[in-house]
Design a protein around this ligand. Structure first.
Ligand code: VGL
Ligand code: ZN
Length: 209
């Protein structure tokens, strides 16, 4: 079975000191770097928002980051300004071995709708082309690591399963936002319940999963 490594949103704004910092997010970088050489296909997603993206609290008078509103009929958490196209915060983590990445998928580019998943926007209105890219390379199994476990990784894994890919989630290769304590553990459980395998990077590298 052809397997791809899918690295979700390992970008400066999600690292410590970034605009939407995820706790211990820098710990996923060496895990991603160790995994990459073991895969023929390495795809990385980038959250890639226009400067006035409507997921930003700053675009909504009277709202603070992490409050919730509705956007075009969809529930939307409002985030700090993050991952603005071309900004340093949108760049891949400087310690990430970008030479090992074969293909980049950019998402969240439409100002009116958020895109947590690397496959589709949150309304499943438009696809990013990732499914076709993977199928075009004969990929049937994706191994997923990155940020954030309880947001973009979760949505990406759920879409991958729905698209018919086998999925392995790298437990030590993800970290979550944990807006509420326990969100990350709940997300991992939900991904597992939906059919994802959960494994450590060492097990993936040893070919166990
Ligand atoms: C993400 C919140 C907003 C993520 C992206 O990559 O998990 N989270 N945009
Ligand atoms: Zn975003």
């Amino acid at each position: 079975m052809n397997t791809a490594l899918l690295l979700v949103d390992i970008q400066n704004d999600f690292l410590p000191g970034g605009a939407l910092a995820v706790g211990e997010a820098d710990a996923v970088v060496p895990v991603a770097n160790r995994l990459m050489p073991h895969f023929d296909h390495v795809v990385a997603s980038q959250d890639w928002h226009p400067p006035h993206h409507l997921s930003f609290a700053a675009e909504h008078a009277g709202f603070e980051p992490f409050q919730t509103t509705e956007l075009d009929g969809l529930k939307q958490i409002l985030w700090p300004v993050h991952c603005v196209q071309g900004s340093p915060g949108a760049g891949f983590a400087s310690a990430l071995d970008v030479a090992g990445i074969d293909h980049v998928v950019r998402k969240g580019t439409d100002v009116r709708i958020d895109s947590y998943s690397a496959f589709h926007d949150n309304g499943h209105r438009k696809a990013t082309g990732l499914t076709e890219h993977l199928r075009g390379h004969g990929v049937e199994h994706v191994v997923v690591a990155g940020l954030a476990a309880d947001v973009c990784v979760r949505f990406t894994v759920m879409d991958a399963l729905a698209e018919g890919f086998a999925v392995t989630l790298v437990r030590n290769g993800v970290r979550g936002v944990d807006m509420q304590a326990g969100d990350t553990e709940a997300a991992i459980q939900a991904m597992q319940d939906a059919g994802a395998q959960v494994a450590d990077s060492a097990e993936v590298i040893a070919g166990i999963v």
